[in-house]
Design a protein. Sequence first.
Length: 130
Amino acid sequence: MKFGDNIQSADWKKEKHAPVIEAPETVKAGEAFMVKASVGKEIAHPNTTAHHIRWIELYFKPDDDKFLYQVGHFDFAAHGASVKGADEGPVYTHPVAKCSMTIKGPGTLIATSYCNIHGVWESSQEIKVE
C-alpha cells in the first residue's frame, strides 16, 4: 500500500473535508501573491475535540518539474479540549491558513488536509504566469 492510495478528493462545494484553495488564476513571475487554504467554506466542518481538522499543507508543483515543493504546513491545535472535559475548553482554532508566495513559472497548487476521523483529503488549482 502507498500513502497516495489513502488520499481522498472531492468537490469542496459538496464535501466538507476537501480543502479549498483561494488564489489568483494568473500571476506575474516573481511577484508576491496571497494564497488562502481552508476547510469548510461551503459546508462547515465540525471543530470539536472528537472531530476536527488537525492540519493543512500547501504544495506547489511547477509544470516543468518532477517534484512537489512544500509551501507551508499549518497546525490547528485547539479544539475545545480542557481539564473540564471535551468541548469545555476556552479556545478553538479554525482550519484557515494564508501565506504569501512567488513563483517563476506556471504550475499547480495542491492543498492537503487531515481530519482526525476521516483521513487525508486533497484539492488542487492550476496557476498561470504572465
